[in-house]
Design a protein around this ligand. Structure first.
Ligand SMILES: [Zn+2]
Ligand SMILES: [Zn+2]
Length: 141
């Protein structure tokens, strides 16, 4: 299996963190990068062609990807999550439909001034979460 559709920078970061490039890990990465929208862990598992019993492996990999900051975890209102590959160190905010869980990127980040305040209070390794929930046009119809 080729790694051509995976950002080489992502491979480099993973290897740098000591993560071995296993075949499952590669399939999970390829599955993630094949989505044009944030997906559930179950959807990632299915697209990676892994068995239901591999869901734990999928979650373990998603955690490893989050650790090297190439994956963003989007909380849903029901307590579950969607996952999306990001450019290394980047983050996005989304507009999420609470019915069909369609999530699209919002091209804004309103939190720079909040982070400056956190920094002024002596915090380091600051991050923030902001997702907007609603009902999309398709679901309203
Ligand atoms: Zn919807
Ligand atoms: Zn932001």
């Amino acid at each position: 299996m080729s790694v051509t559709n995976i950002d080489p920078e992502i491979i480099r970061l993973l290897k740098g963190s000591g993560a071995r490039m296993t075949q499952k890990r590669q399939r999970i990465l390829e599955a993630l990068s094949s989505f044009d929208r944030p997906a559930t862990a179950e959807e990632v598992r299915e697209r990676a062609g892994l068995a239901p019993s591999d869901l734990v492996t999928v979650y373990r990999n998603l955690e490893a990807f989050q650790k090297v900051q190439i994956l963003q975890r989007l909380p849903l209102e029901n307590g579950t999550h969607l996952f999306e590959l990001t450019a290394p160190g980047e983050h996005y905010h989304h507009l999420i439909c609470r019915h069909c869980h369609k999530a699209e990127r919002l091209d804004v980040c309103l939190s720079k001034s909040m982070e400056a305040k956190a920094k002024a209070k002596g915090f380091s390794q600051i991050s923030h979460l902001l997702e907007v929930y609603g009902v999309c046009e398709d679901c309203r119809a």
